[in-house]
Design a protein around this ligand. Sequence first.
Ligand SMILES: Cc1ncc(COP(=O)(O)O)c(C=O)c1O
Length: 493
Amino acid sequence: MRIVLDRETGTPVNRQIADQLRGEVVAGRLASGERLPAIRNLARELGVNRDTVAAAYERLAAEGVLESTVGRGTFVAESGDAAAPKAAQPTLAPQVERLLEFERARPRYPERDGAVRMHALVPEPSLYPVDDFRKALNRALVEGGPELLLYGGPQGHPALRRELAARLSDAGIAADAEDLVLCHGASQGISLGVRLFAAPGDAVAVEEPTYNNVLATLFALGIRPVPVPMTHQGPDLDALERTLSRPEVKLFYTIPTFHNPMGISTSAAHRRALLEVAARCGKPVLEDAFEMDLWHEGPPAPPLAALDRAGWVVHLFSFSKSLFPGARVGSVLARGRPVEALVALKRSTDLSDAQPLQAALADFVKSGAYDRHLVRLRRVLASRRAALLDALEEHMPDGANWTEPQGGYQVWLELPEGIDSATLGAEAARAGVLFAPGHQFNVDGRPSNALRLTVAMADEPAITRAVSTLGALLRERRERGAPAPPRAASVHV
Ligand SMILES: Cc1ncc(COP(=O)(O)O)c(C=O)c1O
């Protein structure tokens, strides 16, 4: 029996344990009458609190899957099929079934103390300017009074829209606060932006590799992602034109600055050419600028939205990576009728976001605290990036290559042909190094020899140690002989 915990998913650990144990019973790997490990032992093995395991056992006992007898222990219930659905279950929508299939194929990262967490794209909490934010939140509550605790308008807090519009204008985008809709992180922005133009049954062009959660969003909407191959210079524009010419493909989702997972940024010339392709095909572009503030080698090329003459680019921004993700604040910028439609979509989705957080962020940005934080964060990022690139140079074998991003947290490492990064990932996890294997960023989930390394949760010594461990694992593999055969693809489409 193997239980793998993932603290990134947001699913409580006791639920994860219960779900996996139930799965073992349903699959017949835990038979009726079989004894489960003592709570104390399982808690120790998983590195969790005893109460967590006890809660999982209690949940399964309440469902009739397990039985506990004082003094004897916990057993799989005699009715062997207790874990199987008892009564008829409601039929889930096909797109939700598709989403569940995608979720089951997501990599799970084992929790182990001391592991170097280079899989995570979440800035570590020690970098958060908590004191400055607390002051901003206090000021916002005092100034806003009880009215701040009402529902806000669906477009979001006007003060934060004004601050963001000014920042976007500084980045070259002619933005007005009235063109912005604030939302629950760029994630919600993706969903709103896609829903502007695509309906269930339609298709959306995405880069491959791409941000894996955009795939989940599309599946949940019953929309098919169509891959456009990435090069180290950005999406292949010939392939993009062929894809966008198809009538069922309604828009292109792209991450031109500090791409996730590749870390690259496209040139201004590539951006202009991309806009020409989109214009020739008459298709809008959803620009995800989730890390646009995270440059450390000078500002990147102007955003697509700054180069867009036609007003067909919808631009997403987020505070999640440049500040912290817990405020769940992002924005969508559009022009003309799509703005009206975005406001309607936002209202129909959740009425409005949390006003106190948006007001606090407006104050935080206006006070200069955000820019001061960015100066510090960019310094940290630049130093960690240098440590990562030096370590890759020193420890990677011939045939490996990697991107050299000018900002953001992520670097894309391509291993020599024939190495499946998912199998290397399992070995690396045992050796205390976590990274994000590349297959999850492919639309069809096929195996990949590439992987994403991030510096969001690892400092310089940890980065150096981790890359040296990866180098040693790769050397051992080469000495052992031929690389392991690639796994079968877990097909997503
Ligand atoms: C490319 C990309 N867009 C959007 C998001 C989600 O950001 P948010 O926290 O603002 O919803 C992420 C998170 O990793 C991301 O990688």
